[in-house]
Design a protein around this ligand. Structure first.
Ligand SMILES: Nc1nc2c(c(=O)[nH]1)N=C([C@H](O)[C@H](O)COP(=O)(O)OP(=O)(O)OP(=O)(O)O)CN2
Ligand SMILES: [Zn+2]
Length: 126
């Protein structure tokens, strides 16, 4: 049975958000140090024995997160029609990372986003 490898990279960004319509404090502007975990499945190793270089994943993740870092997420075009919940942030990051990293043998499989160390959401496609 063919095996697969899973590469994992973790990064973070700081941003404020407002959850419009939320019945509670989260409808006020507040900030988080968001933690992001990206999981990438590889079905083939290169001549160095790597599915994908961590550096390449980190570079893509850092670049995508730099667009969110020190912003108010609600002001970004991505969130003009939806609340920047951790679920929606995870989906947007999944889409952006997939565009950059996916190849014949490399697939972004899951993105996890934590608003605090104990609370987060993930997005993947089934
Ligand atoms: N399913 C979801 N539930 C909630 C989300 C979300 O994105 N998806 N978001 C919020 C708020 O953004 C809230 O700020 C999240 O709070 P939390 O991570 O619990 O952390 P706090 O900053 O409130 O820290 P405390 O230690 O609880 O004070 C709510 N729900
Ligand atoms: Zn919040």
């Amino acid at each position: 049975m063919p095996g697969v490898y899973e590469i994992y990279v973790k990064d973070h960004f700081a941003a404020a958000h407002v959850l419009k319509g939320y019945d509670g404090n989260c409808s006020n502007m507040h900030g988080h140090n968001w933690i992001v975990e990206a999981y990438i499945q590889c079905t083939k190793l290169d001549h160095l024995g790597m599915g994908i270089d961590f550096m390449d994943v980190k570079s893509a993740v850092t670049d995508v997160l730099s667009k969110l870092d020190h912003t108010t997420l609600n002001d970004l075009p991505e969130f003009c029609n939806m609340n920047p919940t951790s679920e929606n942030v995870a989906k947007i990051l999944y889409t952006q990372l997939s565009r950059r990293l996916n190849t014949e043998h490399i697939t972004v499989t899951k993105v996890m986003v934590f608003e605090s160390p104990g609370c987060g959401s993930s997005y993947r496609e089934v």
